[in-house]
Design a protein. Structure first.
Length: 283
């Protein structure tokens, strides 16, 4: 039996650990080789050129110190073992230490073994199925909080696209996907709370638009209540509302002012952003 691409296929040149302590490129393995997980290989097969069309590259040290020891290319469907938990490589991609490749390497090999075990590729533990599949103690993680927590523990958070300033103080923010949350302190007697949204300015690729763009804000909430995009609180540095189908947003210029009615109690402000700032060229 030849394992599926998502289970144990690796590109040519990937070093695999043997029980002897030796490391060999996957294409140099042969039936009878004993892996470091004590499984004995029963087959090594080269996959067809179009068998793997997508790939991710895991930077050295992205999983753990020296794991991988050098950048490791995997199928996005390749399971990675974290103790008894399994997570697919593609679900761990963060755009920095684990990135999607524009094209997969052309040559891949798949392994079959006499028993379910693990193999070590460039210092990373990968599950190896036996004739009856993976070892029973392995627990594949589906999309959900546990997988998200594992990903967060491995991958550094992306740089914040916007800083929120209250006077000369930068407010600590929490960014989850395209949702930015910040706690606003109680007002000190001023009728209006004035925030500055500061972000690196850029320009869209391939256009003649000479404006500077920061982030695109598609929604604002204060304690769960929506603030209309045409509210007069959107001050200097906000461009006019743009619309497409049922969506609406306002770009900032990179330094924009948001004025909110003050409150004697702390409040939670949420900004709903888009990811469009990631496609800008530096201005």
């Amino acid at each position: 039996m030849i394992p599926t691409v998502g289970a144990t296929a690796l590109p040519a040149g990937t070093s695999v650990a043997l029980a002897s302590g030796e490391w060999r490129p996957i294409e140099d393995l042969a039936p009878g080789a004993i892996l470091d997980g004590k499984a004995v290989l029963t087959a090594v097969a080269e996959l067809s050129a179009d068998a793997v069309t997508d790939a991710v590259i895991v930077a050295a040290g992205a999983i753990a110190p020296e794991a991988p020891s050098i950048p490791l290319v995997l199928s996005p469907l390749q399971w990675i073992a974290f103790g008894d938990r399994l997570a697919p490589a593609g679900a761990l991609a963060n755009g920095t230490t684990i990135q999607r490749l524009p094209a997969a390497p052309p040559q891949w090999y798949a392994l079959a073994a006499d028993r379910a075990a693990t193999l070590t590729a460039e210092g990373v533990s990968l599950p190896l199925p036996g004739p009856r599949g993976f070892a029973a103690h392995f627990r594949p993680l589906a999309a959900g909080p546990e997988l998200a927590a594992l990903r967060a523990s491995l991958c550094p958070p992306p740089p914040l696209p916007v800083r929120l300033m209250l006077g000369g103080q930068e407010l600590p923010v929490v960014l989850a996907a395209d949702r930015l949350e910040v706690s606003l302190p109680a007002a000190d007697g001023a009728p209006v709370t004035v925030l500055r949204l500061v972000s690196p300015p850029g320009r869209p690729r391939g256009t003649l638009d000479l404006r500077r763009f920061g982030v695109a804000v598609r929604g604002v909430e204060i304690d769960g209540k929506a603030l209309a995009l045409d509210d007069p609180g959107f001050g200097d540095g906000f461009y006019a509302i743009e619309r497409r189908d049922n969506a609406a947003w306002r770009w900032t210029s990179g330094d924009a002012t948001l004025e909110l009615p003050s409150s004697g109690s702390p409040r939670v402000l949420v900004l709903h952003l888009t990811s469009w700032h990631t496609h800008l060229e530096p201005a």
